[in-house]
Design a protein around this ligand. Structure first.
Ligand code: FAD
Length: 318
């Protein structure tokens, strides 16, 4: 009863980055409890996913081949059956749209506590201390859990597992009750903004309220084009209806981890920073040298964006 069962996440045929991060979190926890790390890969191209996820630290990979896309009922049934089979102490799921969909259901069915959106986990051999943020990241709380538990982990809080592993890959013969599947995926319709997924972008040009008017967004689009970057924004831009919701970075938007994040006319409110602090290099362009974004920026240009951005476009166009 010291093992960890982590569940991989995928969407539209691609593994999500958090699938590699959950291996790191799960390995750390399994080392602390003295158990093994099992990884579940459910639906999609499971054999291909299992090969990709066979990284250092994974002891066993269990594949459940059932449909292409995430399905609440399939995941709930498969994970609860894996729990019965493997008897792990902890079930780890990503704190993603999918993970948050089935984690409470499996906790309910297994009569286990669930703690969501954790950013740190520490087991001293008896108690699991799970750290979460509250009040938009202003406060950290610790939750102490005795015994088995279901835990969701926030993306970008653990590094991705690397190195090739030698885990045994086994097909798990889950007994999926088709009559209990209450929903089916008939297709996808993207919300405005196309199928852009800012959480997967390497280079983000992000715009905030400093842009003042919707028409001025073209300037930022030109910079993104010149750099080959993806456009994202702070919440006011989305609230104004200037960009679609899938471009919003932050607590109530998406968590992003690009190599470079360029924040233009963004103050760096805690709710925004919660979504981009995992970026490798942060560049801020802001007239206010005391804006909170300056505290986390690696490079800052303290100047008017309407002067700086055209110069950058000219420079990069060359
Ligand atoms: P502002 O805070 O107004 O900052 C504008 C910045 O532009 C300022 O720093 C200013 O100095 C600079 N500026 C102005 N003119 C220029 C110029 N000409 N050149 C250069 N710089 C200039 N926010 C998010 O972003 N994402 C979220 O997911 C999110 N979730 C939230 C959830 C909750 C529950 C709540 C309460 C709030 C949330 N917010 C979120 C809102 C957040 O609190 C801030 O209000 C928001 O991030 C501010 O956006 P901003 O930085 O674009 O605007």
């Amino acid at each position: 009863m010291t093992d960890v069962l982590a569940v991989a996440d995928h969407r539209r045929g691609e593994l999500r980055d958090v699938s590699y991060e959950i291996i790191t979190a799960g390995r750390q926890l399994a080392d602390e409890t003295g158990g093994d790390l099992h990884l579940a890969v459910i639906s999609g191209t499971v054999d291909d996913f299992a090969d990709k996820l066979n990284r250092e630290g994974v002891d066993a990979i269990h594949t459940v081949s059932h449909g292409e896309e995430f399905n609440h009922d399939v995941y709930t049934q498969a994970v609860t059956q894996l729990y019965d089979e493997l008897a792990p102490q902890y079930v780890l799921t990503p704190n993603s749209v999918n993970g948050l969909d089935y984690a409470p259901a499996i906790a309910n069915q297994l009569d286990l506590p669930v703690v969501t959106d954790t950013i740190d986990l520490d087991n001293d051999g008896e108690t699991l201390v799970a750290t979460r943020e509250m009040y938009g990241g202003k406060v950290e709380t610790t939750n102490q859990l005795e015994g088995d538990a279901v835990v969701t982990i926030r993306g970008a809080e653990w590094p991705a597992a690397e190195g090739t592993g030698d885990a045994a890959i086994e097909a798990f013969d889950a007994d999926i009750d088709e009559d209990a599947i209450g929903s089916t995926v008939n297709g996808f319709e993207e919300v405005g903004g196309g199928d852009v997924d800012i959480s997967e972008a390497d280079l983000l040009v992000s715009v905030g309220r400093g842009i003042e008017e919707e028409e001025n967004l073209d300037l930022i689009r030109d910079l993104a084009d010149a750099l080959g970057a993806t456009l994202s924004s702070s919440r006011p831009i989305v609230d104004n209806g200037w960009l679609p919701k899938n471009r919003q970075v932050g607590q109530s938007g998406k968590v992003v981890t690009p190599d470079v994040y360029i924040a233009i006319g963004i103050s760096g409110a805690v709710q925004h920073v919660a979504g981009m602090k995992g970026s490798d290099t942060i560049v801020a362009i802001n007239t206010d040298p005391n804006a909170p974004i300056m505290d986390i920026a690696d490079y800052a240009i303290v100047d008017d964006l309407f002067d700086v951005v055209p110069e950058l476009i000219e420079e990069f166009d060359e």
